[in-house]
Ligand binder design. Structure first.
Ligand code: MLC
Ligand code: AMP
Length: 469
């Protein structure tokens, strides 16, 4: 079963764990997770049919954990909604996904959907049949270069395959204590961190904010972080040194700067494992617990995954460590398409099963991969969040004070890339940043808004983004 450690028969037979999940000051045992999760499953099953979809406002709380577990037991797809979501993005996610109810926490504005509460102390011991592996577990909304976010259909099979492949690469076992403080509405924190732990059966600790002090205090063996988290950790040497007692530090979701890698080695004695992936493919490349960890490189394909590098003409690029090509991946961890968007799905997922990642990479003779960058400047990674320049531009253009807008990702020591909006108009920069936070989500707000006279354009009228920085 997908959440193997929550097998009700095994838990009833004594395979319990008192502190399976620690989150927001609460500790939940495996039997809490099974009993309360099954009670959620019953309520979800009685209120939405088997073809239903459920929205979960994914705050880092026991409520969210039980909501997700309950839906996975009932076989009802979960639509995680960002905890800091704004008005327009929330409306889009609800409409596009067709979610029939909110489960767990309610947002300020439920948009007319009914509410199914999660009762932390309710228990049910009903036994559900395991839903089919090909069924959709999650619909995770993620940004493209233009337009609103698309719903990525992630199957149970893909999650199981990815967690098992990573367990093999990282020697991840039930003896681990996995720690992170990442959001529960994206693959990194939700699929790898929470669902991974419930499949492997290790202890899971969510730190709330992923601060260096909280990571140090959690006394884990296995730590997950985005590069922003690791660069903050190395700027706090005392906290960093405490992580020497861990087994494995894992970085992903964005490029880990080489100086941060080197500082982690110096302060913790651990070379971090770097791994690469996406919402669409889950994690497909990683260095290994028992292999070379090379700063700036993201390793080899995980079990069950293949990759290829393609040039402009569609030919394969040599694996010489220097030749750059478009990265494509194939295997059991891939998504099943974008919800309601066969056009967008066909653009990236070939009939032959290869997924065009949009990243450019090199591969060396040993099969080690290095991500060189992205094909499009309009997909920004800020703090490990994927943000489309186009969605922010659309929102800014909807503000009455804005005449023209162009959004770029500018290199940033802390966030990797910082969102900067160039705006033509008579506007207050802070008000525009807040407007984006209110409409899209707080993490998508421009960190800087520069009011300019005009935007640089080519003869065709297209904005020359390379000239903006
Ligand atoms: C500021 N704030 C505002 C605001 N301006 N709030 C409302 N409106 C405004 N205009 C406040 C916020 O409320 C918050 O307050 C504070 O500013 C900081 O906000 P932030 O932007 O969230 O903090 P920051 O320090 O920049 O966050 C860094 C970070 C975060 C690393 C914690 O970026 C993060 O969690 N990143 C992880 C992203 C991730 O998991 N990506 C994985 C994608 S999956 P307060 O009080 O709440 O602090 C993937 C696949 C793979 O990529 O390979 O893994
Ligand atoms: P998301 O859909 O949010 O998971 O974002 C996926 C994108 O994050 C990938 O296409 C890459 O551009 C980027 N990414 C993820 N992991 C890494 C990594 N280790 N190094 C560089 N880029 C990464």
């Amino acid at each position: 079963m997908l959440l193997a450690s929550l097998d009700p028969a095994a838990v009833a037979a004594g395979h319990d764990l008192d502190d399976a999940v620690r989150i927001a000051g609460s500790t939940l045992s495996r039997s809490d997770l099974v009993g309360a999760g099954t009670s959620v499953a019953e309520r979800v099953g009685s209120q939405v049919g088997p073809r239903g979809r459920i929205a979960v406002l994914a705050t880092p709380t026991p409520t969210t954990v039980l909501a997700v577990i309950g839906c996975l037991i009932a076989g009802v797809p979960v639509v995680p909604v960002p905890a800091d979501v704004g008005v327009a993005e929330r409306r889009h996610i609800l409409t596009d996904s067709g979610a029939q109810a909110w489960l767990g926490e309610l947002p300020d504005e439920p948009e007319g959907l009914p509410h199914i509460p999660v009762r932390l102390h309710a228990r049910s011991w009903h036994r559900y049949a395991e839903p089919p592996p090909e069924s959709t577990a999650l619909i995770v909304y993620t940004s493209g270069t233009t337009g609103p976010p698309k719903g990525v259909l992630i199957s149970r099979r893909a999650i199981a395959a990815d967690v098992d492949a990573l367990a093999e690469a990282w020697q991840w076992t039930s003896d681990d204590t996995l720690v992170h403080g990442l959001p529960l509405f994206h693959v990194h924190g939700l699929v790898l961190g929470l669902l991974g732990s419930l499949r492997i059966g290790n202890r899971f600790v969510h730190t709330g904010k992923p601060s260096p002090e909280a990571y140090a205090a959690a006394a884990g063996s296995l730590y997950f972080g985005v590069p922003t988290v690791w660069s903050r950790v190395v700027r706090d040497p005392d906290s960093a040194r405490t992580l020497a007692s861990a087994r494995l530090l894992v970085s992903g979701s964005a490029p880990l700067p080489v100086p941060v890698f080197d500082e982690l080695v110096r302060l913790t004695g651990h070379a971090p494992v770097e791994r690469y992936g996406s919402t669409e493919s889950l994690i497909t490349l990683s260095t290994r617990a028992d292999g070379e960890r090379r700063a700036g490189w993201v390793g080899t394909p995980v079990a069950g995954t293949s990759t290829r590098l393609i040039d402009e003409a569609g030919d394969e690029v040599p694996h010489d460590g220097e030749s750059i090509g478009r990265l494509e991946v194939k295997g059991s961890t891939l998504f099943d398409g974008y919800l309601n968007r066969p056009d967008a799905t066909a653009d990236v997922l070939g009939a032959d099963g290869w997924y065009r990642t949009g990243d450019v990479a090199v591969v060396d003779a040993d099969g080690m991969h290095r991500i060189v960058g992205r094909e499009s400047v309009d997909l920004i990674k800020s703090g490990g969040y994927r943000i489309g320049a186009g969605e922010i531009e659309t929102v800014l253009l909807g503000h009455p004070d804005v005449v023209e807008a162009a959004v770029v990702g500018v290199p940033d020591d802390d966030l990797g890339q910082r969102i900067v909006a160039f705006v033509v108009g008579v506007a207050d920069p802070k008000a525009l940043s807040d407007f984006v936070a209110e409409q899209l989500s707080v993490h998508k707000r421009p960190r800087e808004v520069r009011i300019v006279e005009s935007l640089p354009r080519n003869a065709m009228g297209k904005v020359l983004k390379k000239e903006l920085s």
